[in-house]
Design a protein. Sequence first.
Length: 398
Amino acid sequence: MDWLVVVVQGVLALLVLCGVAYGLLALWSARAFELAQAETSAPETRVTQPAPVGVTILKPVKGVDPSMYAGLVSHCLQNYSGEFELLFGVSSLADPAVPEIARLRIEYPSVSIRLVECPQRLGTNGKISNLAQMLPEARFEHLLVNDSDIRVSPRYLERVMAGFRDPSVGLVTVPYRGIAERTLWSRLEALGISTDFLPGVLVARRLEGSIRFGLGSTLATTRTALAAIGGFQALANELADDYELGARLCAAGYRVELIPEVVETTVPAYTMRGFCDHQLRWSRTVRESRRWGYLGLSVTYVLPWSLAAMLASGFALWSFALFSMALLVRVSVALKVGVGILRDGQVLRDLVWLPLRDLFALFFWVWSYASDTIVWRGERFRLRHGKMERLPAQRGDL
């Protein structure tokens, strides 16, 4: 069996080296993103900004999250010289979010805030179903969609709309960081957002010339571009609606612009069950959206593979060298992207949890191939080529 041990050690060592190469690529991609933004903002290359345009911010809501109201308030405090409105959509006027929207209208009477009831279920994706019913009520050509708990800076609208200075741009999207609650599971997810998710986005941007998908933290587009892909209705059964929106706009000849305006989203105080549900939904969403790219993610889990190499080699000296190299690159990516680009101080606080977070990530990557079932806001769905089919509720199914 000596030959089998050697083969296992060789495969693990190769996976570690591939993971290190990916980490170096992520560092290069992050640096390229920073340089591109610096060139854009330099006085000698700055393009004269067009006159501010009107913007409708579309917010489909369901229920009340702990940090939702603070996120809504941040949208009312925009230093934007153009007109904007906040348009909320609910499936029923009995939704708990309705009183919060009424409170917002009272506290910020100078902001145009309207509520739209969206009683129809146009597809399995409830969010997109609401957006399709909200769209006819929007006043402006430019549209911006983000989740109800997103918190933004006062210059958010100004910076996002500046992304449309190139007429070929059909979608503007932004990176985000997760604000963790006190539970371990919440911290692990927030750590993954800052140190794993965005590095992958930046690598895709570098390799493909630009990103060809959207991030749900912000999806800014126009009625004209949206009409070119069949409107929101075309996405009514899609799980990864943000990804599909960007991909379809690119296919229609538009560009997707990623700008360095970082927003925040609250990561719930998960139980272990809630954490598993959300991570599996996330993993299976990416698997359905980018099948070959998702398969290649296996090499990015450099810390678990390097730990496995140490165990397989009986803690041989070469395996310690590989682990040291893997740890150096992984921490460098976490600091460069998480702290340098996202300005996420939680990364420094929770850096010790990085190996555990990556072990879970590898576990969910493997588990994602075991089933096509996901849980989303208490409902169960089966995935079929990226589309969702509703399933009856069943306890114990992840």
